[in-house]
Design a binder for this molecule. Structure first.
Ligand SMILES: CC(C)(COP(=O)(O)OP(=O)(O)OC[C@H]1O[C@@H](n2cnc3c(N)ncnc32)[C@H](O)[C@@H]1OP(=O)(O)O)[C@@H](O)C(=O)NCCC(=O)NCCS
Length: 169
């Protein structure tokens, strides 16, 4: 991996770089909810991407209960990782994506470790995630970060307990 992985809250200052990486190196479905817009990275989808991220500028206590972070590798934006408050107190759900050229080098696992530090700092006790077995990258990242995995109904439910696994930088 070239350079250190850092997280930076998503805001106006890194939104356009984040959009550029998404449009150049990711599928819309991997990075944002579906919207009615022409296929691919149309102007309408780019604007929806901006609005989707702006909606979470309020962080964990804002309307979406979500804190989004740009993932920086060697100072360059390469993807996004988020945490969203769950109904269960002290628990956040996470999700992430990386541009294609940043995948498969350990960046995902390093970014999730940083997210665990952020979650612990926000007073959380557990980080959960949901994925599927046909996403070995996501399953691998979760396993490397010490998640307990449970298969149910075609989904993989992951839980990382912050009390028993202090995140290491
Ligand atoms: C999922 C994603 C974030 C993983 O990040 P990544 O940086 O590629 O993953 P890492 O390099 O840290 O890999 C961690 C482990 O996962 C496994 N892994 C990663 N990519 C894999 C692949 N394509 N096939 C099989 N195993 C893989 C390996 O065990 C790896 O451990 P190792 O480095 O010791 O071999 C990235 O692939 C991505 O952005 N995918 C598209 C969006 C997405 O699917 N997000 C998750 C939705 S639930």
């Amino acid at each position: 991996m070239a350079g250190a992985v850092r997280l930076e809250p998503v805001g106006e200052q890194n939104l356009e770089p984040l959009l550029s990486v998404a449009a150049a190196e990711a599928e819309p479905d991997d990075v944002m909810p579906p919207v009615e817009a022409p296929a691919g990275w149309s102007l309408a989808r780019r604007e929806a991407f901006r609005e989707f991220h702006r909606a979470s500028f309020g962080g964990l206590d804002g309307p979406t209960r979500t804190q989004m972070f740009a993932i920086l590798l060697g100072g360059e934006v390469v993807g996004m990782v988020r945490m969203t408050r769950c109904d269960q107190p002290g628990t956040v759900e996470t999700g992430m994506w990386l541009g294609r050229s940043a995948r498969g080098q350990g960046v995902g696992a390093a970014a999730l470790r940083e997210l665990l530090v952020e979650a612990a700092g926000a007073g959380m006790r557990a980080v959960v995630a949901e994925t599927t077995r046909d996403n070995p990258g996501a399953v691998g990242v979760l396993e490397k970060c010490g998640a307990k995995l449970r298969d149910e109904g075609g989904k993989v439910h992951a839980e990382i307990c912050l009390d028993s696994t202090p995140p290491s930088r």
